[in-house]
Design a protein around this ligand. Sequence first.
Ligand SMILES: *[C@@H]1O[C@H](CO)[C@@H](O)[C@H](O)[C@H]1NC(C)=O
Ligand SMILES: *[C@@H]1O[C@H](CO)[C@@H](O)[C@H](O)[C@H]1NC(C)=O
Ligand SMILES: *[C@@H]1O[C@H](CO)[C@@H](O)[C@H](O)[C@H]1NC(C)=O
Ligand SMILES: *[C@@H]1O[C@H](CO)[C@@H](O)[C@H](O)[C@H]1NC(C)=O
Ligand SMILES: *[C@@H]1O[C@H](CO)[C@@H](O)[C@H](O)[C@H]1NC(C)=O
Ligand SMILES: *[C@@H]1O[C@H](CO)[C@@H](O)[C@H](O)[C@H]1NC(C)=O
Ligand SMILES: *[C@@H]1O[C@H](CO)[C@@H](O)[C@H](O)[C@H]1NC(C)=O
Ligand SMILES: *[C@@H]1O[C@H](CO)[C@@H](O)[C@H](O)[C@H]1NC(C)=O
Ligand SMILES: *[C@@H]1O[C@H](CO)[C@@H](O)[C@H](O)[C@H]1NC(C)=O
Ligand SMILES: *[C@@H]1O[C@H](CO)[C@@H](O)[C@H](O)[C@H]1NC(C)=O
Ligand SMILES: *[C@@H]1O[C@H](CO)[C@@H](O)[C@H](O)[C@H]1NC(C)=O
Length: 765
Amino acid sequence: MGSRDLILALLVIGCANAQLFRVCVVENNIRCQNLDKDGSQVACLNVQTSVECALQMSRGAAHVGAFTEEELMLLAQRNTDEYRVLGTVRNVNRMVPFAFEAVAVVPNNHTNGFEGLRGGRYCHPGLGATDMRWSPRVLRTLETMSARTDRCTGVTQGRTAEELEVETLSSFFSEACRPGPWSANATIDANLKSRFPNLCAMCSASGTCAGYNDPSAVNVAGVSNRDAHIQALQCLVTNGTVAYVAWTHVSQYFSSARPDLIGNYSLLCEDGTLVPLSTEVLAMPTSPCSLVRQPWSAIVATTASADALLASLQNWWPDGQDPSGNSWESNLFSVLAGPNTRVAFESNLTPLLSPSNFTSPIRSIPAIDATASCLPARRWCTMSAAEHEKCTWIRTAAYTLGIQPAISCQQRANEFACLRDIRDGNADFISIDTHYGFLARTHFRLSPVKLVQNLRDSTSRVAALVKESVTNEISRFENLRDKVACFPEFGGLAFMAFVRTAHERGVISSSECDYARAVGEFFSGSCAPGALDASHTIYESSTFNASRLCTACRWSSPAFANATNSEFTCSWNNTNWYFGNNGSLLCLNDPNTHVAFVETQNIRAQLQALGMQNASFRALCRNNSLAQNVGVDVPEDCLIAHVVDAEVLTRRNDQITNSLSSLLDSLDQLFGYNIATAEQLINIRIYSPFLGRSDLLFKDSTIGLTEPTMDTNHQPARNYIEMFRHLETCTSAAAPTTPTPGKAVRAYTSLLTLIVMALIAKIVN
Ligand SMILES: *[C@@H]1O[C@H](CO)[C@@H](O)[C@H](O)[C@H]1NC(C)=O
Ligand SMILES: *[C@@H]1O[C@H](CO)[C@@H](O)[C@H](O)[C@H]1NC(C)=O
Ligand SMILES: *[C@@H]1O[C@H](CO)[C@@H](O)[C@H](O)[C@H]1NC(C)=O
Ligand SMILES: *[C@@H]1O[C@H](CO)[C@@H](O)[C@H](O)[C@H]1NC(C)=O
Ligand SMILES: *[C@@H]1O[C@H](CO)[C@@H](O)[C@H](O)[C@H]1NC(C)=O
Ligand SMILES: *[C@@H]1O[C@H](CO)[C@@H](O)[C@H](O)[C@H]1NC(C)=O
Ligand SMILES: *[C@@H]1O[C@H](CO)[C@@H](O)[C@H](O)[C@H]1NC(C)=O
Ligand SMILES: *[C@@H]1O[C@H](CO)[C@@H](O)[C@H](O)[C@H]1NC(C)=O
Ligand SMILES: *[C@@H]1O[C@H](CO)[C@@H](O)[C@H](O)[C@H]1NC(C)=O
Ligand SMILES: *[C@@H]1O[C@H](CO)[C@@H](O)[C@H](O)[C@H]1NC(C)=O
Ligand SMILES: *[C@@H]1O[C@H](CO)[C@@H](O)[C@H](O)[C@H]1NC(C)=O
């Protein structure tokens, strides 16, 4: 809320003084405040990410911001006329035109361009080094040009993008050293390294791919001889056919360490021609030819304010340098440029360029929709315009960085439309509340590709709440027989948690796989909204009349305020007063009901909204005893389920699962919470609110992803898997590879469940 107030305050200031330029500051309150010092002519707009800055600029809420090299490429890819590049931010010691140039160095006798590298020995500086600031796309440029890793040959189904890539490379090059992770998933990485050892043969301990020999013989002034580019060049002159490295290191290496070899090597240019190295060539600040030239990071303004801002900045920062001192001008320099930099302003004599016009002569990435790739794009199902916008930015950011496979975004009306489209092959994945986990598995035949990890306080916690006034008759699960129960939704998490607990307590038959019947016949009445709707079918061949699961539901319409049972509703929207978690609380307040199965994580706010703060409930614990205290603060070991709040779903046993899983690993690594803002090539956050809007694509409570297996070390994720393992055994919603279980298997499973639960209980205690 604080930052929102601040934004408001700044907007007010901005209106009062039309001269004031608003500058984006990414998540730094102190910096933001310091911009207001002493007669400052700028104001700060605190933003969560650089991408948010770009959006605030297009809305007119900000005028100027700083963008990294790859963020500038992202803006270029968006290709709008809303922005202008005012100048580039360069390293004060390297006032060359580009942030870096990636070049291919080959021996002079090389022939036949990129195809001539076939069968050759390839020296690469390594993947995954964040300090290098080479995106996956840059790191792979030589490979795409020579081995054509963007074209698939052979079977792609069921395989990951990195597997297809490495397989192509392995057959194109005879040997290589390509250190670093080939996949964000360590298991896949190790597997690929063992299957394609020739791509590590030129590394130090061949096979480990950990990097190069310590070239103690190499002595390059001012550069560590452990620098990966220097080592790749050393690999080239030892026994290589090509090295793919940064131009500055080529100059350093040959001039300083191996001047004797300058006459023996050439640059391989984009058109396949060679430019021999020479002392003169090596002294040039830019390479005579390169495969990638990277623009510097830049200061970008809105089109309307660009000319005025450029004039002002040139005035505030003479020669593009930090005016220093503790002035607001210097603070502004820290915000937009940073330490050890100097700004090279675009000339104010010619019109300022948009990011795409600015970058296109330097580096151009084909338009996202015009690019063929080896694997088809994975289709992310979105459910609102805001979610779709966030998805589109993530898609473009991932594409700009060269993440494979690509993403596309498909907007649908709601969760069920997404689940249906994924089932029918019209979309591929979605992150969705675990509330719908069972329905997604049974009715839509989906399965998880990842589970989320949650903040500790936002996991889904299901409790059985009994009215305090009836705790004299209800103190164990068996006492619930022939009572009246409230569920937020039929087939939802709370409903399934009850089924599982009731199985565990032996109060409903675990051989009854029609859970509507099992629950419907156990209680004398209940409200389980949706029980009659085809969209909520969890057991295809049910013969049970599920009306019995809706006898306690009530219309919310005033026309039915005094409704009797004749005004029957089972709808699963707010026309049913007792629909949803808050509806179940209201249901429990009804004099005819006894117990409600609800999620407790937001329960206080819900009770308050319903005016029920003082209602008195007591939890019936999973171990079959009443909680010691009255109230909704249910202790963890009393909950009937404690699981993650969301999961990423795709079609069950689908060929795309593996590539989707590693795509999500890459997104987590680049745009998740494990990477610091300063290390991100593009500052966008998949798990965070987007422009102040919460729970888009992922819930705000998400902190990362985890595997949908019992190996995960996130306890709520293990609980979730364990719960479905139990429930799916019966409805045979499990993968078809699992044999249809007979009674013996089921008994064994529930025994296993009990053992696991006992162990978990032990660990928790
Ligand atoms: C280039 O010369 C090296 C060393 O003289 C030799 O090993 C290699 O086969 C030659 N390559 C070509 C393509 O002729
Ligand atoms: C890595 O991928 C393998 C194979 O797809 C999968 O079984 C495993 O759970 C993944 N592990 C991690 C940590 O992502
Ligand atoms: C260079 O590589 C080739 C092919 O792997 C190998 O036969 C040769 O012995 C190597 N030469 C040196 C000097 O390492
Ligand atoms: C470099 O080139 C010179 C002249 O062409 C040649 O004599 C020398 O053997 C070459 N050195 C290497 C290591 O290939
Ligand atoms: C960008 O380039 C296009 C094509 O050359 C030109 O029509 C357009 O005016 C330029 N726009 C900007 C803002 O530089
Ligand atoms: C289910 O039961 C309700 C209420 O008893 C009844 O009105 C309805 O006709 C029954 N539906 C079927 C399909 O038997
Ligand atoms: C509902 O019942 C109350 C009192 O029993 C009565 O005052 C009210 O008018 C009734 N409302 C309707 C819509 O029948
Ligand atoms: C609520 O659900 C009922 C059926 O269950 C449907 O007829 C009605 O149109 C829905 N209302 C809204 C507002 O979605
Ligand atoms: C429950 O919460 C939803 C969403 O906040 C709201 O639309 C609905 O009216 C609430 N239901 C009741 C019974 O208050
Ligand atoms: C409900 O609780 C609040 C705070 O605990 C208290 O101030 C209020 O008097 C109570 N209301 C009733 C009706 O008991
Ligand atoms: C069951 O769990 C509750 C909640 O922690 C605990 O207070 C109680 O002692 C346990 N009862 C038994 C019989 O284990």
